[in-house]
Design a protein around this ligand. Sequence first.
Ligand code: ATP
Ligand code: FE2
Length: 330
Amino acid sequence: MIVLGLEGTAHTISCGILDENSIMANVSSMYKPKTGGIHPTQAAAHHVDKVSEVIAKAIEIAGIKPSDIDLVAFSMGPGLGPSLRVTSTAARTLAVTLKRPIIGVNHPLGHIEIGKRLSGAQDPVMLYVSGGNTQVIAHLNGRYRVLGETLDIGIGNMIDKFARYAGIPFPGGPEIEKLAKDGRKLLTLPYSVKGMDTSFSGILTSALEYLKKGEPVEDISFSIQETAFSMLVEVLERALYVSGKDEVLMAGGVALNNRLREMVSEMGREVDATTYMTDKNYCMDNGAMIAQAGLLMYKSGIRMNIEDTSINPRYRIDEVDAPWVIEKNV
Ligand code: ATP
Ligand code: FE2
């Protein structure tokens, strides 16, 4: 069945088209603020501007007619209200016009399911690291459960905010990764792990103090990565132990970071877990991931009426049944 998936929870509006056999298109447009962080209303204005173009282009690349679409899926949350509203309006309009079923998808679920599809992971502990989210997730008893998460800001937000103060525009992650390669000195930053939860705001505060004191940005970037990523590896290892699973899957924009990939792989080798990475083209927010989750939901019998598709800016992955997952250790 051909699924059109629309993503637009935050900075990116994206349309993916896929079926069981192939990903036929994945077209994105990213809002990049000229100054400062993401302004929710500006991000939404960007989505309004680009949404039709992105959908039309995806349909063209997929080589299908709109009437070939069997299901419309869209990201219902979590995310920024104004961005979510644009996405849901476009998806609902499409579904009603085409007279096709609609499924509202939880955004992190999309990250997991596209990662699994592309990497072959079956029942992993997922490290979901993006701008707004930092969660360790595993499927237990019919749903994905959040085993650990950030108690304050997402790791990506922390890196982006530091980058912004250092004069690097959004998204700061890739540039910080480059600068970190030239860092030599490991500066002390607050290492904050509580059980399987993490906290990153202390790292941001200390890193900004180092910046004010004139420490080289390369050393600070290096220290941010080494400290924050070690925290993630520690909780990931604990989550593997607690859940009894033997696969790790990395997803979300920060999972593009090669140093993080290296550290997680090394831990995986040490504890005999197989590490899977989401293909780099699908780590950041994208429509294909929403189409993939929608496909699995629909095929497992989940149905929604238009009235069930209200946006939910605080939608958590553990509110969603995921009956299609077969746990390996059950
Ligand atoms: P969410 O999934 O929470 O809705 P999002 O929309 O912010 O989040 P993504 O598109 O998954 O997320 O990821 C964007 C984030 O990824 C930004 O914070 C960006 O700086 C970060 N990022 C991208 N590339 C890298 C990299 N190489 N190293 C570290 N961080 C990176
Ligand atoms: Fe995301």
